[in-house]
Design a protein around this ligand. Structure first.
Ligand SMILES: [Zn+2]
Length: 195
């Protein structure tokens, strides 16, 4: 029998599109919208028996990466609850977030321990955000000018009353009890008046 005649007399049953989309979306953990978008042509009409049939699937990739020249910063953070800066002796300029090489002279920087205190250089109040901060708004996202550095870090400042945030306010780093070696291991909180 010739290929083109093979399914000629067979009874065709159209797959239930909605049900298929919902089942596949749930199986691989994506939205039904995405499945429909990717597979809409499969439901355009009867397909040739021999045309390629595509089905959705999921591929999980795990990998490791290195912090390279920034490693000491993250080890100090995770293993010791310390903040490190990177100082260029030639320029007398200290970076935090650290840089392996000075942005001004390209010379190699040296690690220095920072006190973890500073002041708000600029901030914004967040009222609405993603599910990550649901229930935590309003909250303060600020550039903090760290003591003993010439730089600012972008960070969260946790305050009982975010309306009291102001430029120049003294803040200090708080290290979470369980740290994983990520920037989210610490945040800032307001220091008491006069501190
Ligand atoms: Zn330099």
């Amino acid at each position: 029998m010739h290929k083109k005649d093979m399914a000629k007399d067979w009874q065709f049953t159209q797959t239930d599109k909605t049900k298929w989309i919902e089942t596949e979306a749930s199986r691989i953990g994506v939205t039904p919208f995405d499945v429909e978008k990717a597979f809409s042509s499969e439901f355009d009409g009867k397909k040739d028996l021999f045309s390629p049939l595509e089905i959705p699937d999921v591929m999980k990739v795990t990998y490791k990466y290195t912090y390279g020249g920034q490693s000491a910063f993250f080890r100090a953070l995770r293993d010791y609850g310390k903040l490190l800066g990177a100082k260029c002796e030639a320029c007398d300029f200290t970076y935090c977030p650290p840089r392996k090489n000075c942005s001004r002279c390209y010379g190699e920087t040296q690690w220095v321990e920072l006190p973890g205190t500073g002041k708000i250089a600029s901030y914004t109040t967040i009222y609405k955000g993603t599910s990550l901060i649901t229930g935590k708004t309003p909250c303060i996202c600020a550039y903090v000018s760290l003591d003993e550095t010439d730089f600012v870090v972008l960070t969260n400042v946790e305050m009982d009353d975010p309306s009291k945030a102001k430029v120049g306010m003294r803040v200090k780093a708080v290290f979470k009890p369980e740290r994983t070696g990520r920037v989210s291991d610490f945040y800032f909180t307001a220091m008491s008046e006069g501190a």
